[in-house]
Design a protein around this ligand. Sequence first.
Ligand code: TLP
Length: 346
Amino acid sequence: MDMIDLRSDTVTKPTSAMREAMAKADVGDDVYGEDPTVNQLQDIASELTGKDAALYVASGTMGNVAATLAHTRRGDEIICGLKSHIYRNEQGAMAALAGVQARPLEEEYDGTLDIEKIESAIQTSDDHHPITRVVAIENTHNICGGVPISPTYTEKLGELAVKHGLILHLDGARMFNAAAALGVSPKEIVGPSDSVSICLSKGLCAPVGSVLCGDTDFIHRARRARKVLGGGMRQAGVLAAAGIIALTEMPGRLINDHQNAKLLARLLGEVPGISLERNSASTNMVYFNLDAGVPNSGHEVSDSLRQEGVLLDLVGPSSFRAVTHHGIDSEMVEMSVHVLKKTISI
Ligand code: TLP
């Protein structure tokens, strides 16, 4: 049975153009900096983000961890969102690997961190206190509904960062979704951020990898961090070839995913027993809950749907995330809602 896999946009497979480019890729040893395809990918990424340099890394997690290692010293503090990937979904890497502690702040409804709350969380200069070194945001913000954050907010945050000598890191795993949804350029999404990590292997469909962008010194340090994390790959051009297509040809298609997410949210909104979470379908994600009147647990619903060929991401006892992507069309969206309706009929 062909599954309708709405668990994540990470399930996307490389396109035929990507597979062809991968087969033909010109390669070299990237630990020596000699892989022409990796170098080309990095040049494209730095151009797109308006940064001096870029580094191809194995994953979004590696991008954030390498950025943390490159920006901080042991004992530093990072201000970040309570629901951010860097805080919740990376096994506490900032503490475990960088010796840095998080100062998590609850996000506002729109995925931003309140500027005044950030300002009051910055440690004062005192021998007792850790040094607040970095403020990290996420755009789009996954757990806040895949919500895109406006360049106006990021500009304001940049001013705060400059005022207090903080480094601004952007987890831009899905920053091309943000750019598409807001109708702005990737450079505007990056704005004053000192570093940005972009995933190639989500809605952009590359099989592997992310690019971390920033100034030359930062990328030099991040490159060392990547090596100690075991991410110094050799003939990585075979993978980077797909990444080049991801960055140059795939951003234009993300709007289709957003339209399908809107369709999904509209249809789900008509199903008795389901309530949509805030910000649903602002890009390619729809978060929703089963109402108290639904007799089945989230696990039961998830299992029944799987048997009918629909996969959803179970994110809480009765909460789900559905993510639209290249492998999902409007018919699949309609089919998945039809199956869900049957499963939870109350
Ligand atoms: N997100 C995955 C899961 O890890 C939750 C998903 O299915 O959404 N930043 C953000 C904002 C992410 O959503 C993710 C992956 C990452 C970083 C990490 O990327 P990878 O999986 O490449 O390490």
